[in-house]
Design a protein around this ligand. Structure first.
Ligand code: CAA
Length: 379
């Protein structure tokens, strides 16, 4: 079903699908095995305008609506979820945050290169001691005249090794809790910024995930994003958009696993007939088809709410919570349908199963999405 996509949305979906199949799919398994960041492919995506597609054309983006963005993240993640998240983070966690909260000078200096793909961004919130409890951060900012000094460490940073510009959250006053948090635009080349450990992961292995250390980093006061003390709201507002991107990534992984499973079930013969003739198999496929459609509806609901200017925290949490469950379920079922072959690196389904798992964890665990939904019920 086409969900009444516009001609432009269909065109974007078809173009990115062709690109994903021809330029990304052939080496996806190899990049996963080598844990190799897809520099060449991301450069091409930048040239095609996708890395900052959601930014308005005034700042070098494509002014794409959120459904188009979802289609792009989905199609990329169908063949390589690591590329899906690199694009999603740049668009939603970084460019969106700058377009919404930066002043004009900051937009010209940082958003324009990020939106046009000349630079890559990362979002630095999580710390070794604070994941879900993000407001309890230990990274500190100290104001000294016309600049701030940042000290601390951030971990699990997507694009952490290749990013040029970072949005970094730090507290000016730990005793004020979330009200002490500020957001800063930090250049990777500022003295004192150092890439720490590159993480070795179960899935999305070609996405670069790293620790970043901030040791006495001098950040000009002009690089404060928004106002002092408003950093936590900025972080949360940005994550509401990011979660739509991760839901789209999950949808792509689920779709990739499903398509591979249907194809295999039609080809593979057991007991003198194709697997798909067996109810044990076709019921699994039926459930996968159902879940994928339901996840898509929740994601489009969140995307439309955002584009209509409605509140979308809860729709976004619902979309991420459900789509990530679907990705894990479809990845696992696909491996089951492939049987022994599914456990081998010869087929992509074990990669889908591994890649799916992170969608239940990053940009807010499933339990955090449940908390966001539950709080809205409590009033
Ligand atoms: N939009 C705007 N403001 C929001 C908000 C939202 N969605 N949610 C909360 N806020 C505001 C509140 O209104 C409140 O403001 P006031 O102080 O003015 O009243 C303030 O933020 C504090 O809110 P809470 O009291 O609700 O804060 P909390 O400490 O209870 O935390 C939470 C809430 C939902 C648990 C939050 O901490 C959270 O989302 N945690 C998960 C963090 C997360 O997703 N981390 C992922 C990091 S990114 C990543 O994964 C890396 C990557 O590169 C992919």
């Amino acid at each position: 079903m086409d969900f009444n996509l516009t001609e432009e949305q269909k065109q974007i979906r078809d173009e990115i699908r062709r690109f994903a199949e021809t330029e990304i799919a052939p080496d996806a398994a190899e990049r996963d095995a080598q844990e190799k960041f897809a520099e060449k492919q991301i450069k091409k995506l930048s040239e095609l305008g996708y890395m900052g597609m959601t930014v308005s054309s005034q700042y070098g983006g494509q002014s794409a609506d959120t459904i188009s963005y979802v289609l792009v993240v989905e199609e990329l993640s169908k063949v390589d979820a690591s590329i899906g998240v690199a694009l999603s983070v740049n668009n939603s966690l970084v460019c969106y945050g700058l377009e919404k909260f930066a002043n004009e000078a900051q937009k010209q200096k940082y958003l324009v290169p990020l939106a046009s793909g000349k630079a890559l961004g990362a979002y630095c919130l999580s710390e070794p001691g604070t994941g879900s409890d993000a407001g309890n951060m230990l990274t500190v900012a100290e104001k000294r005249g016309d600049h701030y000094i940042l000290n601390g460490a951030k971990n699990f940073i997507t694009n952490g090794i290749h990013a040029d510009y970072l949005i970094v959250f730090a507290t000016l006053d730990k005793s004020s809790g979330t009200k002490g948090v500020c957001a800063f635009i930090v250049e990777r080349n500022f003295p004192g910024v150092a890439v720490g450990k590159k993480e070795k992961k179960l899935g999305i292995r070609s996405s670069d995930t790293a620790m970043l250390n901030f040791d006495g980093v001098k950040v000009p006061a002009a690089n404060l994003l928004g106002q002092e003390g408003k950093g936590f709201q900025i972080a949360m507002t940005i994550l509401d958009v990011g979660r739509i991107g991760i839901a789209a990534q999950a949808l792509g992984i689920a779709g990739g696993a499903f398509e591979a499973a249907v194809k295999y079930a039609k080809e593979r013969q057991q007991f003198g007939q194709p697997l798909i003739n067996f109810q044990a198999i076709n019921f699994m496929l039926a459930d996968m088809a159902l879940e994928i459609d339901a996840a898509r509806l929740l994601i489009y609901q969140a995307a439309l709410a955002k584009d209509r200017g409605e509140k979308f925290s809860v729709p976004s949490a619902k979309a991420k919570l459900y789509a990530s469950r679907v990705a894990v379920d479809c990845g696992t079922k696909a491996v089951q349908i492939f049987g022994g072959a599914g456990y081998l690196k010869d087929y992509p389904v074990e990669r889908y199963m591994r890649d799916a798992r992170i969608t239940e964890i990053y940009e807010g665990t499933s339990e955090i999405q449940q908390l966001v939904i539950a709080r809205s019920l409590m009033g």
